[in-house]
Design a protein around this ligand. Structure first.
Ligand code: EPU
Length: 305
């Protein structure tokens, strides 16, 4: 990024901008070098102002949610990373609708849905991350994606314009929505169901959480499932059958609990995780001819980043 843009950002947003901030503290993997510039924005107005300055310099950016589905290069990001905080972390309930900012943690939404006896979100128990990130990639379980609950989203487009889009127009499919890079979700309205009793909902969620904790390494540093499931199969099962469960490269390990989770055991580098991913893709391909596609977003690998 240019010196002139640095100066402008520092001038207009002195409290919001950090230069050379290590990103590993913002990711669930605990991996990631410094960003040339990390901007924390707290309101839609602030976000649009930041985009206006960046557009003047034709500067692109990365959008960081809770950092639970990204693998960031050890060299970091040669550019701008935008982080949503403040009003983007708030949520409220109106009738059977949950209205939340894009940076709102899924765990807060689950608490609200229990408090108000709203069902529909049970499948999301144990999902890390923020609602915006989850909607962007239609995160969820094997069978249900969060997109099925989306009534509408509010977003800021790369040119700074504000738009409201209905759930239907987001064309959700497995781990995919039609949102484009650079479109920033700011607010989401989820439509839930008023049904059942609070105790039933709570016990269903507790059961789901217990299942997840026993099948997934939720307490380790990871990015959740690292590969998408290939049609009709399970990436975890295939990596397991290819003999890689527990295999390590340096501090990067294929989890012994679920083979589609790659763990940063201590000080794993991005490079070690990438080597492990390449190995898993190669072994699974040799074993059954299927190509595994990363679910995790990989940032900062090209010289332009
Ligand atoms: N399996 C193995 N070995 C393993 C892991 C799994 O043999 O190491 C087998 C299991 O025994 C089971 C099958 O593979 O027969 C499927 O496993 P699981 O039920 O754990 O589901 P998954 O397809 O691996 C998907 C999502 C998870 C979500 C779970 C539960 C993807 C890529 N993964 O996992 O989502 O939590 O279903 O609903 O779609 C994520 O996206 O980050 C994620 C963790």
């Amino acid at each position: 990024m240019s010196q002139a843009l640095w100066t402008q950002l520092k001038y207009f947003f002195p409290e919001k901008v950090c230069f050379g901030e290590p990103l590993k503290q913002y990711t669930s993997f605990g991996i990631g070098g410094p960003a040339d510039c990390l901007i924390t924005v707290e309101t839609v107005a602030e976000l649009r102002k930041v985009l206006a300055v960046m557009n003047d310099y034709q500067q692109t950016f990365f959008l960081l949610g809770k950092g639970t589905n990204v693998l960031i290069s050890d060299r970091g990001i040669r550019g701008v990373v935008i982080r949503l905080a403040g009003e983007f972390t708030q949520a409220e309930v109106k009738g059977n609708e949950l209205i939340a900012g894009a940076a709102c943690p899924i765990s807060l939404l689950l608490r609200l849905s229990i408090q108000h006896t709203l069902s529909g979100l049970e499948f999301a128990i144990g999902l890390p991350g923020s609602l915006g990130g989850a909607v962007y990639m239609n995160a969820g379980s094997k069978d249900v994606g969060i997109g099925s609950l989306v009534k509408e989203i509010h977003l800021v487009c790369p040119d700074g314009s504000y738009e409201i889009r209905s759930g239907e127009n987001l064309h959700f499919s497995y781990r995919h929505s039609s949102l484009k890079p650079g479109e920033i979700i700011t607010r989401i309205i989820l439509k839930l169901r008023e049904e059942g009793r609070k105790e039933e909902l709570l016990s269903k969620m507790k059961e789901g959480y217990a299942h997840r904790v026993s099948h997934q390494p939720l307490r380790e540093k990871s990015a959740g499932c690292i590969f998408k499931n290939p049609p009709g199969g399970s990436a975890g099962e295939l990596i397991d059958l290819a003999g890689l469960k527990g295999f390590s490269i340096g501090d990067a390990q294929v989890s012994t609990i679920h083979a589609n989770f790659f763990i940063n055991q201590h000080q794993a580098s991005c490079d070690q995780i990438l080597r492990l991913m390449n190995l898993a893709q190669k072994k699974v391909h040799q074993f059954c001819g299927l190509a595994l596609e990363p679910e995790v977003l990989i940032w900062g690998q090209s010289d332009d980043d």
